[in-house]
Design a protein around this ligand. Structure first.
Ligand SMILES: Cc1cc2nc3c(=O)[nH]c(=O)nc-3n(C[C@H](O)[C@H](O)[C@H](O)COP(=O)(O)OP(=O)(O)OC[C@H]3O[C@@H](n4cnc5c(N)ncnc54)[C@H](O)[C@@H]3O)c2cc1C
Length: 444
């Protein structure tokens, strides 16, 4: 494959940035990741990977999918049932082993795909010619580089300025810098005092979460075998708990979600320290099944404020040759288990467009970003809105549904279908046609 005559700067080395780098290098497109942290890394929590995400991985690079297959865990392999999530009454006094789901959402043929985030990121970093700290061939990863601003001085290359005073140059910048994206602030624009405009910031979704992983053997007697093998969502008023297996069923990932009518207490931190007693207090009124799970979590944990762009959807994902993708473009609450999957979809579409034979130079990059924005923004922003709604449903706060579990099952099935049944090939055809129009050419 001939090398494209342009170079891309990727801001942020999370799942989106790393997937993008692998995908671009496979297409012989030069790129460099600039990551603010001293090394690439993910937290020790679980991540659900759905069919749409797995299809998108294959478009990006088959090796990403293979990496997931190596470290991921499918519910069907553990329990023989292709279940996405069993929905349970988290307030029922029936002991967990005997408790029947109110309904189950199935995702044939393999069910829920769960993975330990840090293990998955490590498996992907192995596909890059660098190690986590940026050592290795080609210098395609620069760590300790926090984006400050981007200057278009008309010379062709964009100048990228970092908070440590250093600079770099590239033909285009792709912001994969997550919820607190600086690139998003630059795309939306700064006010006359150089401060980010209101519309560039994520808002508090009025939900927070506690996350932890525990050895499955410690909870097996309490939960019963099947509830350790299949993802379970323990519903209840204003709160819900999600559990699913990772590491081939050796670990159980737990996320406990709470509705918070107040404001998030910190202006600077989206994560605050918490104790098990506080979690316990938050789940007063839930059954012994749920409370005994909480009892087994660590004494000290964190409370994660869930911030998203539901109240401030971006009017555009790009400005000139600067684009945002992943959480930087559409930070979402996690209630469809799909945020990262949509990030990988973004990468699949964007890298295929950049590879397109119609794209021959720096002057074509803005058209690529325009075509990307056209085909992705509506779907990405739907997820943000629908995810908020899903949590209201799980917590019996959705006025149209309440505790009508038949209605609930239908609604969740339809929305998960929207997440999973995307036709990425069709989207790619549309994107290439749109690109052709923007470039004044006919798509091949
Ligand atoms: C509780 C919870 C559960 C979730 N569960 C799921 C799930 O089951 N399935 C799913 O698909 N999704 C899930 N998600 C969503 C998923 O985690 C995100 O969509 C995904 O991780 C976003 O990846 P990203 O690379 O875009 O952003 P991030 O992971 O936030 O990465 C951004 C990177 O950019 C770097 N950075 C930030 N600012 C700068 C700067 N100025 N300069 C340089 N570098 C910078 C950061 O250090 C970081 O490395 C969940 C989210 C939460 C909060």
């Amino acid at each position: 494959m001939t090398q494209k005559p342009f170079e891309i700067a990727i801001i942020g080395g999370g799942i989106t940035g790393v997937t993008l780098a692998i995908s671009l290098l496979k297409r012989n497109i030069r790129c460099t990741i600039y990551e603010q942290a001293p090394a690439l890394g993910e937290i020790g929590a679980g991540l659900g990977i759905a069919p749409n995400a797995r299809r998108a991985m294959k478009i990006c690079d088959e090796r990403i999918f293979e990496a997931f297959q190596r470290v991921g865990t499918y519910s069907s392999d553990l329990s023989g049932r292709p279940v996405w999530i069993d929905f349970l009454d988290g307030t029922s006094p029936t002991p967990a082993p005997e408790l029947k789901p109110k309904f189950s959402i199935m995702s044939p043929p393999v069910g829920h795909g769960g993975v330990h985030r840090a293990r998955f990121l490590d498996a992907m970093i192995e596909l890059l010619p660098v190690n986590k700290e940026g050592g290795g061939e080609g210098g395609i990863l620069r760590v300790g580089k926090r984006l400050d601003t981007i200057v278009d001085n008309g010379s062709g290359k964009l100048q990228i300025k970092f908070c440590d005073g250093t600079t770099a140059h590239a033909d285009a910048v792709i912001g994969c810098d997550g919820v607190k994206s600086r690139t998003r602030e630059l795309v939306v624009g700064l006010d006359e005092n150089g401060n980010p405009k209101e519309g560039a910031k994520c808002g508090y979704s009025h939900k927070y979460a506690y996350r932890c992983m525990m050895p499955t053997k410690d909870v097996a007697a309490q939960l019963g075998e099947e509830k350790c093998q299949n993802p379970c969502l323990w519903m209840g008023p204003n709160r819900h708990v999600l559990t699913f297996p990772v590491n081939q069923g050796q670990l159980l990932n737990l996320v406990a979600f709470v509705t918070d009518e107040g404001e998030w207490p910190s202006k600077t931190n989206t994560t605050l320290p918490a104790t098990r007693d506080e979690v316990f207090k938050d789940f007063e009124g839930f059954s012994e099944n749920v409370r005994s799970l909480i009892q087994m979590t660590k004494d000290k944990s964190d409370r994660w404020g869930l911030f998203d762009l539901a109240d401030n959807p971006l009017q555009t994902f790009y400005k000139g040759r600067v684009l945002v993708i992943g959480d930087a473009a559409h930070a979402s609450t996690p209630h469809h288990g799909a945020g990262a999957g949509f990030c990988v979809e973004d990468v699949a579409i964007l890298s295929t467009l950049l590879e397109d034979e119609q794209v021959n130079g720096t002057d074509d990059l803005e058209a690529v970003f325009g075509a990307f924005d056209k085909v992705r923004r509506e779907r990405d922003q739907w997820l943000v809105r629908s995810s908020r709604r899903a949590a209201e449903t799980y917590e019996w706060r959705n006025k149209e549904i309440g505790t009508d579990f038949e209605k609930m099952e239908k609604d969740i099935n339809a929305r998960q279908g929207m997440c999973w049944d995307v036709d990425l090939d069709k989207m790619l055809v549309e994107a290439r046609e749109d690109l052709g129009r923007r470039l004044g050419k006919t798509a091949a």
